[in-house]
Ligand binder design. Structure first.
Ligand code: GDP
Ligand code: MG
Length: 600
């Protein structure tokens, strides 16, 4: 295909504004997949994604479209993940395009994710085509939403398409605008090969599949290639296009989008953002923008049944083959036994990995509360800096000079009614107010600088409940800042419960200690003896309470009753026990490990 007849574009949107539906409708409208083969929401293929209605893994679809001008075009739709945890992947997908459809729900308006995605698209110099979706809804207000797009994002909406992905309205206008407005890729097929990987995944039958955009040169079956940043070599065993199922071809040239399969072991060797070049005639420079994944959030993962430690290690190894951003190392604690400390891009990434371990590998896990990475400067002559991702391993106060914690830029978009309550929430979480702007009729954007550690708790849940679901948020890493942080230790029945320790700001430590012991009292079941629960900073106890002893044996209730009832009760108890860990003589349920997130 000549480059002038190629258009590469993405769809950017806030969650639920109709990105997946639009992708599906465009694919079926262009006859790329016969209707009977359309699986609902083709591009979101992982189970967890479909259940949660979010796109995690990127993919792409190549469509043919004969335009009103009579020419046939190849339109490559490049999908992007829809969550802040994966913003690096989003930026690499956008870097593979010349244009983006900006989908905004005409009954809602601009949301936090809309803004964040538009910034990423502008950074990549994309032509942005506004699409007002869900125009079929009686509550659609296209004029108001257009004004919002103009005022907030500074985009021209005079040509914005009014569409309904669900009711199949406006699809041809969208396709025509893609052809007319998105620039064709430059024709640089005669230069040395450079192809940008914007997705890579592990297929259990085929090995690693790299999905890429050819930027310069050509790539053909049989080529010897190498990845410029990881240095991994590969032989191109198969090259092809996505329709969206894989269809092999012999060659792909500058401007085209496709996949290749070679002898690559793990996705860590073919990371998103890396550049494929020829082994024989390599390009001088890799494409810009490659970055290593940096885990932002850590937690401990321990098998409930300590015999399954090896199974957990094997499962993590398998997941890592398909997830270059996941990292883990063994962790041992007297209370928890053997497990792993794992690093994730964000909370969603963490939840996805936990869920997959439990679902696909049938593991029962105890997970400790998430922690961010603190920079701890020691008071030795060199002021050595250590990264601390585990509160239990924070160096003693006497050895520390200072602690720095990560801050993020937080952006909230909310109906005006909830501004007060959300400002209160952000202030409670140590946010520093930066700015407030009015978007349109009663919608407001709030900006804060706030510690990441305060956001990775229940912030999102609080935001949603305080705004009845109407507010949205986005954040991005800002910098490390020095703060007065202390470690809060917890003792259960006189024994330190390391996995319950947390790092908090000194000013909040007393309230947190009080809240934490009270919460634990609620969550830890009574036993036959009294259990003291204490919170301490260093040697100083700052809060304490106790759980009184249970008086009666549960079985006593069934005294004289029939045996099957007794058995049922024992079985129920056994099931309840599954997610427990033993601290000395005390059994602690999974919920208690998350207590720190639930303290109000
Ligand atoms: P995504 O999160 O942006 O991928 O959004 P989805 O495509 O999953 O759509 C979210 C919800 O909006 C689904 O229930 C869709 O059926 C619905 N939806 C999408 N497009 C339209 C539309 O044009 N009109 C109406 N009424 N509903 C739509
Ligand atoms: Mg979707």
């Amino acid at each position: 295909v000549p480059a002038k007849n190629i258009r590469n574009f993405s769809i950017i949107a806030h969650i639920d504004h109709g990105k997946s539906t639009l992708a599906d409708t465009l694919i079926s409208r262009t006859g790329t997949v016969a209707d009977r083969d359309m699986e609902a929401q083709l591009l979101d293929s992982m189970d967890i994604e479909r259940e949660r209605g979010i796109t995690i893994k990127l993919n792409s679809a190549r469509m043919n479209y004969t335009a009103r001008n009579g020419e046939t075009y190849v339109l490559n739709l490049i999908d992007t993940p829809g969550h802040v945890d994966f913003s690096y992947e989003v930026s690499r997908s956008l870097a593979a395009c010349e244009g983006a459809l900006l989908v905004v729900d005409a009954s809602q308006g601009v949301e936090a994710q809309t803004v964040a995605n538009v910034y990423l698209a502008l950074e990549n110099d994309l032509e942005i085509i506004p699409v007002l979706n869900k125009i079929d809804l009686p509550g659609a207000e296209p004029e108001r939403v257009c004004r919002e797009i103009e005022d907030v994002l500074g985009l021209d909406t005079s040509q914005a398409v009014q569409a309904s992905a669900k009711a199949n309205i406006g699809m041809e206008d969208i396709l025509e605008q893609i052809v007319e407005l998105v620039p064709p890729p430059p024709d640089t097929a005669d230069q040395p090969l450079r192809a940008l990987i914007f997705d890579s995944y592990f297929d259990s039958y085929r090995g690693v599949v790299c999905v890429f955009r050819v930027v310069d040169g050509t790539i053909s079956v049989g080529d010897q290639v190498k990845l410029m940043n990881t240095g991994a070599p590969a032989t191109v065993d198969e090259v092809g296009i996505m329709r969206p199922n894989k269809v092999p071809v012999t060659t792909l040239s500058a401007g085209e989008v496709g996949y290749f399969i070679g002898n690559i072991k793990s996705v860590a060797d073919a990371r998103v953002g890396d550049t494929i070049t020829s082994a024989k005639k390599p390009a001088k420079e890799p494409l810009e923008g490659y970055a290593e994944a940096t885990p932002m959030v850590y937690c401990g993962l321990f098998p409930t049944d300590s015999d399954r430690y090896d199974d957990l290690r094997e499962a993590l190894g398998k997941l890592q083959i398909n997830d270059a951003a996941l990292c883990y190392e063994p962790e041992q604690s007297s209370a928890m036994g053997f497990g792993f400390r794992c690093g994730f891009l964000g909370l969603l990434h963490m939840e996805i990995v936990q869920e997959r371990l439990e679902r696909e590998y049938n593991l029962d896990l105890i997970t400790t509360a998430p922690s961010v990475v603190y920079k701890v400067y020691m008071n030795d002559a060199e002021q050595t800096c250590v990264d601390c991702a585990n509160p239990a391993s924070l160096p003693d106060a006497g050895k520390r000079d200072r602690i720095e914690e990560p801050y993020v830029n937080l952006e909230l978009i909310t109906p005006a009614d909830y501004v007060g309550s959300l400002m209160e929430l952000s202030t409670q979480r140590r946010g520093e107010f930066i700015d407030m702007t009015y978007l349109s009729e009663g919608r407001t954007c709030l900006k804060y600088e706030i510690p990441l550690g305060e956001v990775v708790t229940d912030f999102f849940d609080e935001l949603k409940s305080r705004s009845k679901g109407y507010a949205s948020m986005e954040y991005s890493f800002l910098e490390y800042r020095k703060n007065d942080m202390v470690r809060l230790d917890v003792m259960i029945n006189g024994e330190p419960a390391e996995p319950l320790a947390c790092i908090v700001h000194k000013d909040k430590a007393y309230a947190m200690g009080r809240g934490l012991v009270d919460k634990l009292k609620e969550l830890i079941p009574r036993q036959m003896f009294r259990i003291p629960i204490q919170a301490a900073i260093g040697a100083k106890i700052i809060a304490s309470t106790s759980i009184s002893a249970m008086r009666k044996d549960v079985l006593a209730k069934c005294y004289g009753g029939d045996i099957s009832r007794k058995k049922k009760l024992l079985k129920k108890q056994a099931a309840g026990k599954k997610r427990m860990k033993q601290f000395g003589k005390v059994e602690v349920p999974q919920e208690a490990f998350m207590a720190v997130l639930k303290v109000d």
